[in-house]
Design a binder for this molecule. Structure first.
Ligand code: MG
Length: 248
């Protein structure tokens, strides 16, 4: 069942989203060549707790960290560790916050130092596909309008969307109904109503859309080892349209 949120709940989710956005921005500013992804994870956990929240990912289905850090051909769910960032890497950082009982979930991909033009383009197209998906979240529309907007934009730029993982509803739980796939024809699925809050999260591969899970049981990789990027916002639908909650 899709749980519509009241204005009071959305205002609490806005608070949670602001914390997540601030942490994500701090991580992007802190990341540099030579840094281990575990350092980014510690910084995230410290900032989330200092803001009165809890890291939503830590312990979720046994996940051992506060952020997911996925480098280059890693799509999502990379485990932070001793691996150090190198000049030219791209890194996707995904994080979740729970504050006063309300969840927020957001992700960004950025380059470490100088990156090549294809990596830059992949990041730009993925960010833009999230914007297209959000813009398609309109009262009276259908859920798959979002999916279609993401997929058609990504494929028009020669990249592919990951189909095995999807966005989701979010609120008092990190993953609520409905699932928000990044592909499909428009005009399908539940109708979009004010009070819906969705985590929209395109995962975009430079090569084929096929992915596989690494031996650690978590890290998702592109099967052809092409680069992958991931952007995510938690977005509330109001009477006037979508509002991004995971912003400063
Ligand atoms: Mg998510």
């Amino acid at each position: 069942m899709i749980k519509l949120k009241s204005r009071r709940e959305i205002s609490l989710m806005r608070e949670s989203g602001k914390v997540a956005a601030a942490v994500l921005q701090a991580l992007e500013e802190a990341a540099r060549p030579g840094m281990a992804t575990a350092e980014l994870d510690r910084l995230a956990e410290k900032m989330i707790r200092r803001a009165g929240g809890e890291p939503a990912f830590l312990g979720y289905q046994g996940f051992p960290a506060s952020i997911c850090a996925s480098i280059n051909s890693e799509v999502v769910h990379g485990i932070p560790g001793l691996r150090r960032l190198k000049e030219g890497d791209i890194i996707s950082i995904d994080l979740g916050v729970v504050l006063k009982g309300y969840y927020s979930d957001t992700a960004v991909t950025f380059g470490v130092g100088k990156i090549d033009s294809r990596a830059r383009r992949l990041i730009d197209v993925t960010r833009r596909s999230l914007e297209k998906g959000i813009a398609a979240m309109g009262v009276g529309g259908h859920l798959s309008d979002i999916s279609h907007a993401v997929q058609s934009y990504v494929e028009s730029k020669g990249f592919s969307v990951v189909k095995t993982y999807a966005g989701h509803g979010i609120g008092t739980e990190m993953h609520e109904e409905p699932q928000v796939p990044n592909f499909g024809p428009p005009g399908r699925g539940p109708k979009l109503y004010p009070g819906m809050v969705l985590a929209i999260e395109p995962m975009v591969n430079a090569g084929s859309s096929e992915v596989e899970v690494a031996e650690d049981g978590w890290t998702v990789l592109t099967r052809d080892r092409s680069l992958s990027a991931h952007f995510e916002h938690s977005v509330a639908l109001g009477k006037e349209g979508p509002e991004i909650l995971t912003v400063l």
